[in-house]
Write a protein that binds this ligand. Structure first.
Ligand code: NDP
Ligand code: F7E
Length: 318
């Protein structure tokens, strides 16, 4: 493993793609809090990253020095399972356009974000980075996972062929402010927070939770992830992708009970077994990152309390 020599200048021009999303908005907060002042931001409507010529024009005019790709087609188990064509195609287009243009317009360093779903469904637990491409993927999100694997491999290929500084980080399941709270298409944590909140407000007696409750998931607050992303941008430069997790896993049943308590819903949980469980377990081995000197700070309970406060004050106005 190599630690990068190149210092990321505080005045360096940094393009954060997807800055309105869960991850992109947290990365922008973190960069600003560290004194990075020269951020380039474009909303989806200002720059559609699936449009190759628009992306080329953007890079040729703006000439960013650093790029963080937090723009992607993202969703929970239902969305991934229902829109496989969108998940594979849009993600391949966004990452291919941005990585290639970043290289061609002399970006100094690029960080690509993948996901823990790149690993085989039955990978050893905790999952080391070396488990990539050692077995079949989880069917509910294999289309998205294939795109993400292609992104990692593209960064590696450009690093090998062009000696270009492209790195990849693999976050575990994330949550926090600016998450997607869509009732069907979101991830489990925001979906349950919204459902429990609406049930509390309406006085409903029951809330439906999908699957069996037995799958295990590892959750990381997005502010911890953003801290890790900037840490890697500043300190890491090598071929291998790097896992970013909290190291702690909970069952979906335990998660549901915790969200219920934080929201203050007092009714019952009803399990809908017609919905898929997805992968049984995906705890990542984040020792590569720990050995570089990074660790997460926000507990799941504290992160949930903060996210619920944000949801009640901000999200409901939308
Ligand atoms: N959320 C999670 O639990 C995890 C996320 N990740 C990874 O982190 C990254 C960010 O995810 P997250 O923040 O959750 O996702 P979000 O959906 O919250 O944000 C994605 C952002 O990308 C933008 N975007 C999507 N398509 C385009 C496009 N064609 N052109 C320009 N912008 C576009 C979206 O804008 P708009 O909404 O306007 O379309 C949005 O701002 C992704 O690579 C994801 O794979 C990894 C592991 C877990
Ligand atoms: C980050 C990751 O996110 C996705 O994978 P996932 O971890 O399976 O994501 P999920 O959060 O949607 O579900 C986690 C678990 O929770 C259960 N569950 C209960 N009730 C609800 C519920 O109401 N909504 C959702 N979405 N899930 C629910 C659900 O049945 C499953 O057992 C990937 O597609 C992939 O995109 C990816 O990388």
């Amino acid at each position: 493993m190599t630690v990068t020599d190149a210092v990321v200048e505080k005045s360096g021009k940094i393009f954060v793609a997807g800055h309105r999303g869960l991850v992109g908005s947290a990365v922008v907060r973190r960069l600003r809090s560290l004194g990075y002042t020269n951020l380039i931001l474009r909303s989806h409507s200002e720059l559609d990253l699936t449009n190759q010529s628009a992306v080329k024009t953007f890079f040729s005019i703006e000439k960013p020095q650093y790029v963080i790709i937090a723009a992607a087609k993202v969703g929970g188990i239902h969305a991934n399972n229902t829109y496989p064509a969108d998940f594979i195609t849009i993600n391949l287009q966004i990452q291919t356009n941005v990585i290639d243009s970043a290289y061609r317009y002399a970006v100094k360093k690029l960080l690509f974000l993948g996901s823990s779903c790149i690993y085989p469904k039955h990978a050893p637990q905790p999952i080391p980075e070396s488990a990539l491409l050692t077995g079949p993927l989880e069917p509910t999100n294999e289309w998205y996972a294939i795109a993400k694997i292609a992104g990692i491999k593209m960064c590696q290929a450009y690093r090998i062929q062009y000696k270009w500084d492209a790195i990849s980080a693999m976050p575990t399941n994330l949550y926090g402010p600016n998450d997607n709270f869509h009732p069907e298409n979101s991830h489990v944590l925001p979906a349950l927070m919204r459902r429990f909140h609406e049930a509390k407000v309406s006085g409903a007696k029951e809330v439906v939770v999908w699957g069996s409750g037995s799958p295990l998931r590892e959750f990381l607050h997005v502010d911890d992830l953003a801290d890790a992303v900037v840490f890697l941008l500043e300190n890491y430069s090598d071929l291998g992708h790097v896992n970013v997790g909290s190291g702690k896993e909970v069952s979906i049943k335990e998660l549901a009970e915790l969200v219920k308590e934080v929201v203050g819903f007092e009714g019952e949980l009803v399990w809908d077994s017609s919905k898929p469980d997805g992968t049984p377990r995906k705890l990542m081995d984040s020792s590569t990152l720990a050995n570089l000197g990074w660790e997460p700070k926000i507990s799941l309970r504290d992160g949930l309390v903060g996210t619920y406060e944000w949801y009640v004050t901000k999200q409901q106005d939308k």
